[in-house]
Design a protein around this ligand. Sequence first.
Ligand SMILES: N[C@@H](CCC(=O)N[C@@H](CS)C(=O)NCC(=O)O)C(=O)O
Length: 207
Amino acid sequence: MQLVGSLTSPFVRKIRVQLLEKNIPFSFIEDIPWNANTQVGKLNPLGKVPVLIDESGHAWFDSPVIAEFVESLEIRPRLLPIKSRAAVEVKQLEALADGTCEAGIAIFLERKRPDDKQSPEWIARQQGKLEAGLAQLAQIAVQAQSTGQEWLHNSGFSLADIAAGAMLDWIEFRLPEVKWAEKHPALNALMKKLNSRDSFKETIPIA
Ligand SMILES: N[C@@H](CCC(=O)N[C@@H](CS)C(=O)NCC(=O)O)C(=O)O
């Protein structure tokens, strides 16, 4: 299996962590979709990473689909519950974390444009989504921790935690002024637990 992506993308990291947790061997092909020589468009018409090329040569995208494909291989540990209602609940948490990260990425990209081309209204809109996404995730973490539940979903460690950790670390890496750890201690506690896992330690984003 080959995973195509950049070493800083939170969505690529989600899949790297998932593969590492399951001990699935894969080769990593570094391809930054913003570079002029990128080959990503040949694999994914949307030109985005991650892309996972399976043993048959099929190219899977985007990250929630890749994650579900990897789960379909039925290699332990299971990171999506077997019961469909519980699996959808985990997917909802994954979507919340991914969407929060997308708002952060939109802010990061907008700020890279020349000063006179940036839209403060657009940035403010995305900041609203980012803050609201973090707040909802924090509320879920508080609720879980108050009942002694170790992870975000009551089924145990799952894609929800992986997606949340990839998002939180990316926000810290690219938008440190957000200061989510100070504002949301429950998310800080979650991130500390995630950072003690080898899969997270091995995939820290480096500029
Ligand atoms: N929903 C997609 C988002 C992927 C995504 O936005 N990846 C970024 C890197 S973090 C990318 O490839 N951007 C290139 C572009 O938008 O042209 C997923 O979860 O895979």
